[in-house]
Design a protein around this ligand. Structure first.
Ligand code: GDP
Length: 446
């Protein structure tokens, strides 16, 4: 079952709980069966599923003992499901935190085809955009084309790069690259190793040797999220070869068996730090268990939305936006800033999935270009508006709409669509401002 299906199955069940007129033992059994089926068919390991259902039952029994009735039970069940799913993803280990002004080495390991090379570039790009001094080292001497691929990727994101296609020994290349970049005071030195097949002991031997030679601060295990249950065994094998510090799960866009990924965390006992959600360099999403689960369940995730938005918006605009969201007042100018930021943020589907009541399916994969083009068109229209119109001080009457359409090279109906969209957004911001009140937030998530 793909991740989005798992999410919609679970959220349907949660909705069923919300709208149930009576919650009794029979109903609870039925609901837990549905949750169990959904999780198992998404490849979540049986013991996790069993723990979740036991925990829900225990909470319900405790509650019944205390209260003697089923009132408020809906909330207890929902909370326990969210908490238990989050627990599957929570680990005791914390990921390595980079320090400014110090050279730190990160070694990327994983099987061939897992998306390792792409992910090292995404990872580098993530930190470059935040102002870190980052370098990439290619010591994959195994796969033909690995050197060219990483060199080209590095050029695209303007990242320092070291590789040596003439040298056959990956340990030598890794040591040389790390040494050079340490001397040049790079802060994050990313080493991409060879990925081969699981049966090849040589892969694990080589990985250990490189690991010993460069002594990285962190080992990142890159795993293909679309392989389901096989994730678990793979993760175990890598953990026993090197000390896996953190995990990045790739290909969680569209067709991924998300549940297997959840189980892999349990195998390595290492935190997931990012998810790969596409093939472009900004398709890398920082991972936070509770946010992930809430989005999976269609409960929205305001905290991630704020974070993503604030990463993409210039500082001076952030205060303005925070004020707007808090007051629930939203002008066309705010919408213009939002659209501009959304275009800067990369994956539109990801951003949409953070908004309560929406999910990543709203902009299907492959339709993102169309969605971006539509947003760009909206921006042209807003460029043709006066200051007063942008500040929503002047109502957009038919003659203003005509003028905006002419000025932006669009049609009257397209400008009307923009106005409709604005009304919808502004209503949503109104709701979001209420959500800062925890009571209202709980109400919305019922
Ligand atoms: P490596 O052999 O592990 O280094 O794998 P590559 O980085 O060459 O990636 C293998 C394929 O997976 C390429 O076609 C990538 O574009 C693709 N890929 C990597 N990450 C993702 C992802 O998050 N989503 C999708 N859809 N494709 C990905």
């Amino acid at each position: 079952m793909v991740l989005a299906d798992l999410g919609s199955k679970l959220s349907q069940t949660l909705k069923k709980i919300t709208s149930a007129s009576k919650i009794d033992d029979v109903f609870l059994t039925e609901v837990l069966n549905e949750i169990t089926m959904a999780l198992l068919s998404a490849d979540v390991k049986f013991e996790h599923v069993a723990r979740l259902t036991t925990s829900v039952r225990t909470q319900v029994t405790l509650f019944m003992k205390k209260e003697g009735k089923y009132t408020n039970m809906k909330k207890i069940i929902r909370q326990t499901v969210v908490e238990e799913l989050t627990n599957i993803l929570n680990t005791e280990k914390t990921p390595y935190e980079f320090k400014r002004g110090k050279s730190q080495v990160v070694m990327f390991v994983g099987l061939q085809g897992a998306g390792k090379t792409t992910t090292t570039t995404k990872f580098a790009y993530h930190y470059i955009r935040k102002g870190w001094k980052v370098a990439l080292v290619c010591c994959d001497t195994w796969r033909a084309g690995a050197f060219d691929q990483l060199q080209q990727n590095a050029a695209k994101i303007r990242c320092a790069f070291y590789g040596n296609p003439k040298e056959k020994n990956p340990v030598t290349i890794a040591s040389e690259g790390v040494e050079i970049f340490k001397q040049e005071k790079y802060e994050i030195i990313i080493v991409d190793t060879s990925g081969r097949h699981m049966q090849e002991d040589k892969l694990f031997e080589e990985m250990k040797e490189i690991n010993e030679a460069i002594d990285p601060e962190e080992n990142v295990f890159v795993m293909d999220g679309s392989i389901g249950q096989a994730c678990y065994d793979q993760a175990l094998a890598f953990r026993s070869a090197v000390n896996v510090g953190s995990v990045i799960i790739t290909k969680l866009d569209g067709h991924a068996k998300g549940g297997g990924a959840l189980s892999a965390v349990a195998a390595t006992d290492s935190p997931i730090i990012f998810l790969g959600v596409g093939e472009t360099f900004d398709d890398l999403e920082p991972f936070e268990p509770k946010s992930f689960i809430k989005r999976l369940l269609g409960l929205g995730d305001i905290s991630s939305l704020f974070k993503t938005v604030s990463d993409a918006i210039p500082k001076e605009k952030q205060t303005e936006l925070a004020k707007t969201l808090k007051e629930g007042k939203f002008t066309l100018r705010n919408m213009k800033d939002q659209f501009q930021s959304v275009l800067n943020m990369g994956s539109l589907g990801t951003v949409m999935s953070m908004i309560p009541g929406m999910n990543s399916n709203m902009i299907p994969k492959g339709k993102e270009k169309e969605a971006s083009a539509r947003i760009k068109k909206f921006l042209y229209m807003m460029d043709s508006m006066t200051e007063a119109e942008l500040d929503s001080l002047k109502p957009l009457n038919p003659s203003r709409i005509r003028r905006i359409a002419r000025g932006s090279g669009t049609s009257i109906s397209e400008v009307s669509q923009l106005i409709e969209e604005y009304k919808r957004f502004s209503k949503m911001v109104g709701k979001m401002s209420n959500m800062q009140d925890p009571k209202a937030m709980a109400e919305m998530q019922r």
